[in-house]
Design a protein around this ligand. Structure first.
Ligand SMILES: Nc1ncnc2c1ncn2[C@@H]1O[C@H](COP(=O)(O)OP(=O)(O)OP(=O)(O)O)[C@@H](O)[C@H]1O
Length: 297
């Protein structure tokens, strides 16, 4: 493990160190076509903590998050949510405690921001109330409005999502996660498509949600500066292993440089399957939202 000068904390370890974690990953392994992408990842995330996940392209960051939420099936390892093992089934109710946010925000563009946020609650609505946005109960609309207000988007609630900017859409996606009542938010490059000001605002919002609402938030970032300014802790992946786990405060560019150093031992290459229709997981973004499913009916 890389040892940053500023690090005083021990790295995340399986076992007792996971006690009190909102989310813990133990020994997560994943290979694609025999090539190891996650080589036994151990990581824990506490309630109220904002963790930045850093690492070079191909180091396994997205795969780790996707294995946690079940968009990829891990070869081995365990995911614990508040100490309870997360089942492989998508129907495991523990899954609703986790919301994932993507770089490409998946909202139904012709629906209002408010309807999109309400969709976060579909999993806990009776089927007949989830059939059409017209049937969303008033109390859900009020809750969704409060979530939009929390992310500074209440004034745009009636606006079709397609008319919002990228940063505004990302805020709506975060509000949808809040309306899901998720306790854990995993964000995969949530600001990579945003301009620097919008990126700063969205990362600051994620930090606030952790610090003020006690959510456990982990975000894959490609902006080490944002991580150092806003995150509580930085976890760095190198070839699918945890190479750095340290408080963000005090980390220097030199501390992070080894994560991005040219690889001499095990170069991470783009796998040809990755973007092909025949790839093992063509829907890498989980692009169909619950509201899409509903629209398709
Ligand atoms: N479905 C898939 N099929 C085959 N290979 C895959 C698949 N998903 C990911 N990979 C490979 O696994 C490796 C890690 O990918 P991953 O997307 O997890 O990395 P990352 O750290 O998130 O990279 P980036 O910063 O570029 O998004 C890459 O080499 C990638 O090509």
């Amino acid at each position: 493990m890389i040892s940053p000068r500023a690090s005083t904390e021990p790295p995340a370890r399986p076992g007792p160190a996971d006690a009190g974690s909102a989310l813990a990953v133990r020994g997560l392994r994943k290979s694609f076509s025999g090539r190891t992408v996650l080589a036994g990842l151990d990581l824990a995330l506490a309630p109220g903590e904002f963790l930045a996940l850093l690492g070079a392209n191909g180091s396994g960051k997205s795969t780790a998050l996707r294995c946690v939420v079940g968009l990829e099936r891990a070869d081995a390892g365990e995911v614990l949510v508040h100490g309870r093992p997360l089942g492989a089934s998508q129907a495991d109710p523990l899954r609703r405690r986790i919301a994932m946010i993507f770089q490409q925000v998946h909202l139904v563009h012709r629906r209002s921001a408010l309807d999109n946020v309400c969709a976060g609650a579909l999993g806990r609505l009776p089927l007949h109330r989830s059939l059409t946005p017209l049937l969303f109960p008033d109390e859900l609309r009020e809750e969704a409005m409060a979530c939009l207000d929390r992310v500074g988007m209440a004034g745009r609630a009636a606006e079709p999502a397609g008319r919002l900017s990228g940063g505004q859409r990302q805020r709506v996606a975060i509000a949808r996660a809040l309306c899901q009542r998720a306790e854990i938010i995993l964000a995969d490059e949530p600001v990579s498509a945003l301009d620097p000001v919008a990126a700063e605002q969205v990362v600051a919002l994620l930090a606030e949600l952790a610090h003020e609402q006690g959510l456990a938030v982990a975000a894959v970032l490609h902006q080490p500066d944002l991580a150092r300014r806003h995150a509580d802790r930085v976890a760095g992946l190198l070839h699918g292993r945890l190479a750095l786990d340290a408080p963000a405060a005090g980390l220097t560019p030199a501390d992070l440089a080894p994560l991005y150093a040219p690889d001499r031992d095990a170069p991470a290459q783009q796998h040809p399957d990755r973007h092909s229709p025949e790839g093992q997981s063509p829907d890498r973004s989980g692009s169909r939202t619950d509201l899409d499913e509903q629209e398709a009916r």
